[in-house]
Design a protein around this ligand. Sequence first.
Ligand code: 5GP
Length: 194
Amino acid sequence: MKELQERIRQEGLILSDTVLKVDSFLNHQVDTKLALAIGQEFKRIFAGKTITKVLTIEASGIQFAMAAGIALDVPFVYAKKKKAVTLSESVYSAPVHSFTRQETYQVSISQKYLGPDDNVLIVDDFLATGAALVGLVDIVRESGATLAGVGCVIEKSFQEGRGLLEAKGVQVHSLARIASMSPGHVDFIEDEEL
Ligand code: 5GP
């Protein structure tokens, strides 16, 4: 997605060889028009899959799952990182190790909102080590739902996430794929669909 690549080039801060800060437009302050355009792009990429639900993980996947849900005209669900007192019913859960926070936490989704009748598109802001998305894929499979695929806004292709997901038989589409980066410089992989 050219517009996204441009924004990353203009506003992204590369803090190290592995960490990209995009909080001026993507995951702290959010450019709402860009988020909605990202939702439309996911709709275009996954056209023909008859998706019934979009799934993400709190917090920074929510705006893109909502945008994809609006574009596809389906609900979205976000996995919670802490079990809320209101989440009293049965849940699906999986452990996730956070790359940015260096801690392991449990993600959970109420069993009421995911089941065998669903065809799920998983969406997230970043694909890095893949831990968060592997956790969500495991939850979808546990629920008996069908997994249509995974859509990521930014993929750091030099990290292992895509490989882990593909090894699980998951179709991955990312809107900006970073081959390599260093302070002041970013190289994208140019996929045909971008
Ligand atoms: P994972 O390593 O599980 O693929 O990434 C989990 C989460 O860490 C992502 O959804 C994203 O919120 C965050 N993350 C991973 N790499 C980066 C990065 O380079 N920059 C930012 N801002 N967040 C990241």
